[in-house]
Design a protein around this ligand. Structure first.
Ligand code: ADP
Length: 239
């Protein structure tokens, strides 16, 4: 299997606090890996260092052997890393299609005009919003806003997709739909790292899980093994 993402001794200090402490792990192309851990364990900080929103204090992030840490966020996006946010970020006054077209304009090879409209339709189809491009973004239901946000993240044709609690806030029926949508991305070969609190989703989606506690990696392996690991259970109970 080809290794896509390689994180080595990644560290982030905020003043005297070490939020992420020499964390190393790698992700193969086509894998969905969960980043787990109790609140405050460093998951968001780690995701922010991968996407470039935060600069690492030390350590490296490489994509197919190419070091991307140190690049600005748009440089990292151009290398093929895309993300969704914990709180849905949409352009509420625009239509659904315009939200996607705006994202297409930020690609390394921007798409405009007819090409952008056609590609927006392809992306909307891919997330289950086919034919709904003319609707107002702020009138979408929550799951549909999430779908749109995913289409925006896919607009850059990423090699690596980072999902930050993308499934949170969904009701059980919507959750099933959301899980199936992520599974369809995996079937198309997408590599995904996700931070997720919903264990049902983690079990259904993630072949492998990496667990953080107080900034350090405490487990890394097949999801079922990791979730039954005594050290992992103790870390969560201490939350
Ligand atoms: P998680 O996502 O696992 O809940 P975070 O990465 O948000 O954890 O936080 C890890 C630690 O870093 C926490 O102690 C948090 O208070 C601290 N932290 C996060 N962001 C900042 C920041 N911008 N400045 C100072 N401390 C931060």
């Amino acid at each position: 299997m080809t290794q896509l993402l390689d994180i080595t001794a990644l560290t982030k200090q905020f003043g005297g606090l070490t939020a992420v402490n020499k964390v190393s792990f790698s992700v193969n192309a086509g894998e969905i890996v969960a980043l787990l851990g109790p609140n405050g364990s460093g998951k968001t900080t780690l995701l922010n260092m991968i996407s470039g929103a935060l600069q690492a204090t030390s350590g490296t992030v490489a994509l197919e052997g190419d070091i991307i840490s140190g690049l600005p966020p748009n440089g990292i996006a151009h290398k093929g890393v895309s993300r969704t946010f914990q709180l849905v970020k949409i352009l509420p006054s625009l239509s659904v299609a315009e939200n996607i077209i705006a994202a297409l304009a930020f690609r390394p090879q921007p798409l405009w005009g007819r090409g952008a409209r056609d590609q927006a339709e392809v992306l909307l189809d891919r997330v289950g919003l086919g034919g709904r491009g003319d609707e107002h973004a702020d009138e979408l239901t929550y799951i549909d806003q999430k779908r749109m946000e995913l289409a925006r993240a896919l607009a850059s044709e990423p090699r690596l997709l980072l999902l930050d609690e993308w499934l949170s806030g969904l009701n059980p029926t919507e959750l099933r739909v959301g899980i199936d949508l992520i599974l369809s991305l995996r079937q198309s070969g997408m590599t995904i790292v996700l931070v997720e609190h919903i264990m049902e989703a983690v079990r259904a989606l993630c072949t492998r899980s990496v667990v953080m506690n107080v900034g350090s990696k405490i487990a890394d392996g097949p999801t079922a093994d990791v979730l039954s690991d005594a050290g992992v259970i103790a870390a969560y109970l201490g939350d």
